[in-house]
Design a protein around this ligand. Sequence first.
Ligand code: COI
Length: 366
Amino acid sequence: MTRKTTMNITIEPLGPNARRPLAEKPAFGKTFTNRMFTQRWTEERGWHDAKIGPYQPLALDPATAVLHYAQEIFEGTKAYRRPDGHINLFRPWENVARFNRSADRMAMQKVDPEAHLEAIVELVRLEHEWVPHGEGESLYIRPVMIATDVSLGVHASKSYLHYIIASPAGPYFSTGFKPVSVFVSDEYVRAVRGGTGAAKTGGNYAASLRESERVKHLGYHQVLWLDAIERKYVEEVGAMNIAFVYGGNHIVTPELSGSILEGVTRDSVLKLAPDLGYAASEARLAIDDVLRDIESGEITEVFGMGTAAVIAPVDKMGYRGKDYFVRNAPGPVAIHLFNHLTNIQYGRIPDPYGWTHKIEIGVDGR
Ligand code: COI
């Protein structure tokens, strides 16, 4: 039966083709739940037709603006199974706020943060059986917005589709907490200050693919990106923020330069670190200094930080024909942060920061 939520989202019934969650968790981002959220924006009607209905392909005219000029944004957040059987979202408000910052940068329409959050909560509630119970598993939630004008004119679209899909996922790296090797690119850049690097828009990821493929052929897992102007300062690693541990107890991450994505995991690490006994700071980090400090052992650990992988230890950095080996990978700080952060995310320990948003399952018969 169709019903409406407080924020006027229509919940449609599922057809006869609804699937049961698989017993085996598939690789990251490969299967999706039965339902999706959608709403549309037009100048005349603003946001309208908000609904959660069956997951289905989008029918797009071949001239739809997003397919030509990439006016698109997305987000990534996760739902975690708590030991009491209920479900946690982790800092979903930060993702909504960043979604709207990305929308602003890409000249798109902002969403109502309350309505967006209700859409996520309702979707997770309806699909709660798809939130896995296994270690390191979660339901990855992917909000997206695309420009839907059917027009080849280069201008901001006057209509948008906002949708949210969800995908049960095992740990991001199939081999668990396995270190990754990185190649420092001084040829290609991911983003430039004044560009779109701080927005979560598909074009940033598209621009990274060629170099990512090249470094894989060279035997490295990910690209370490330098700033676009001087090709000197460390920015990000793969699709993650990066951090260095100095002297075993000082975590330093590149300061937000305008071309670095403001990661929720990055921010959580910065806030959590002092309470776990580490100093934490943001700085401009020149690649030459970083490599010298890795070689001398002053830098004891390197790791990536992102929603998908949480913490990804780095064991080797290749730059201009030479490999630099990080002393500990995974090291004690990365392990400590990973355990503490995931314990909060899964609701295994108290959350003094107010980061988790609990979704009660089985309340109101749902
Ligand atoms: C993240 O881990 O935060 C990401 O953005 C990775 C995602 C693009 C798969």
